[in-house]
Design a protein around this ligand. Structure first.
Ligand code: MLT
Ligand code: ZN
Length: 448
């Protein structure tokens, strides 16, 4: 690799080829501690032309490349295995033209979500996807993984926001679809293909993103309900009565207690409940009246319409992931099932955990409006995959997907067939071979 490092230095500058372990460490171990590997180098190109040249040199040397954004992914998609080269897109952090006529903005793949939010909000727009990782996740990584988050119930996931990408293939060919044309049926939708391909087909270097109007009147409610069935009843009411509805997230009593312990937060209500919902509406004018069903169906409710108050309510939900990760490396399963099935699915998961890994700590929370459940099991050693297997089989049995919003990465390749037919997997392999015949881009991710 040292000859390659030398050639790469000539392209990106010596300062942007990292080999020293102290410098590369942050790129080599994921947030959960589950995935880690020693990269042969971390390369940080500063332009699309440099991305091309880096990929060309890696292809020439036959070196596998792991594209990486904010490194906040949770399935090992952006963490290297030993010997792979990390291609960090973080320096492509320029926010380019904001086209007010089209309500679109062009950004580099390395722009951090929080920075985009600040930029477009100052101009009266907003970006539709948001999540707790906003301070580190990049738009390129979010597109590559088709990230979702709490607002997908209103706006859809990343794929619905990406009007086009500029992406570089393993052999240096470039797909450049940045015109922002929403009506463009001249051939296959290459952007749609690359969004969610988890870095296995091409490296997304720039993006054209759709924006939504900034909705200044936001009301967030934290609501305690006795069980998930009541939560679903509330969800049904809100879907019919609240056109401004943008989030219906949930968590359980156990997760709430753990978050409060770790972060020194007060319990939000006097009485315990099994389920807590975070419901949010946003509109141009105060949408509070659309939340009437919350007060009717919840046993206790707290409401906030200011930035700080809303953040304080969201914290109980957003801190679940960080809190459980601090307790141990989790078995982390991001899945979806048909919304109506969430309660029975959860009961089946509880039974499976009690049977297979008694004593393990189970955290269930997620985005109820999308049937997106985050199953987290802390305790069993990572090489004990019985619970992962059981949960993903339950997902398939309930007609769900083994990956809702985090991707397949390295974590779930062996279970892909629970969500895809043999023909579909064969077609995906054909596409992979056509676009990356040397299998150099994020090898083993998604397809194993
Ligand atoms: C969340 O909804 O908090 C994120 O998807 C992270 C997680 O699954 O814990
Ligand atoms: Zn989530």
């Amino acid at each position: 690799v040292s000859g390659l490092a030398e050639r790469l230095s000539r392209v990106v500058g010596r300062a942007h080829v990292l080999e020293d372990e102290q410098l590369t460490a942050a790129f080599e171990r994921d947030f959960t501690g589950r995935f880690a590997g020693r990269a042969s180098a971390v390369v940080r190109p500063g332009s699309v032309a440099e991305v091309r040249e880096v990929l060309r040199l890696c292809a020439e040397a036959g070196v596998a490349v792991v594209p990486q954004g904010g490194h906040s992914g949770l399935v090992g998609g952006g963490t290297p295995r030993d010997g792979e080269l990390v291609l960090s897109l973080r320096r492509l952090d320029r926010i380019e033209e904001l086209d007010e006529d089209a309500a679109q903005v062009t950004v580099g793949a390395g722009v951090i979500l929080e920075n985009l939010q600040a930029h477009v909000r100052e101009r009266g727009f907003d970006f539709a996807v948001d999540h707790a990782g906003r301070g580190s996740a990049t738009l390129g990584g979010m597109a590559a993984t088709n990230a979702g988050g709490p607002y997908a119930v209103r706006y859809g996931s990343m794929r619905a926001q990406v009007a086009g990408v500029e992406a570089v293939l393993a052999d240096g060919r470039v797909v450049s679809r940045l015109s922002g044309l929403l009506k463009d049926n001249a051939g296959f939708d290459l952007t749609g293909l690359l969004v969610g391909s988890e870095g296995t087909l091409a490296v997304i270097a720039r993006l054209r993103l759709r924006l939504v109007p900034l909705l200044p009147a936001r009301v967030t409610a934290l609501a305690a309900v006795p069980d998930l069935e009541r939560g679903l009843e509330l969800l049904r009411r809100l879907r019919a009565e609240a056109p401004s509805l943008q989030a219906v997230d949930y968590f359980h009593a156990h997760g709430l207690r753990r978050v409060c312990e770790r972060h020194g937060l007060p319990l939000p209500f006097r009485a315990d409940a099994d389920v807590y919902l975070v419901v949010e509406c946003a509109a141009r004018r105060d949408p509070s009246d659309e939340l009437a069903a919350v007060a009717e169906l919840a046993t206790e409710t707290a409401v906030a319409d200011d930035e700080r108050g809303r953040a304080a309510l969201w914290a109980y939900r957003e801190l679940q992931n960080e809190t459980l990760t601090a307790l141990g490396v989790p078995h982390k399963l991001d899945v979806s099932v048909p919304v109506a099935r969430v309660p029975v699915f959860e009961r089946d998961v509880e039974a499976a955990v009690a049977r297979l890994t008694p004593g393990a700590e189970l955290f269930l929370y997620g985005h109820l409006g999308d049937g997106n459940v985050h199953v987290n099991v802390v305790g069993p050693p990572l090489d004990d995959q019985r619970i992962d297997e059981a949960v993903l089989r339950l997902v398939a049995g309930h007609g769900g997907s083994i990956s809702a919003e985090h991707g397949v990465g390295l974590a779930k390749t062996e279970w892909l067939s629970l969500s895809r037919t043999p023909d579909e997997i064969a077609i995906m392999r054909d596409l992979k071979r056509a676009l990356d015949p040397q299998n150099l881009l994020n090898p083993r991710r998604v397809l194993g």
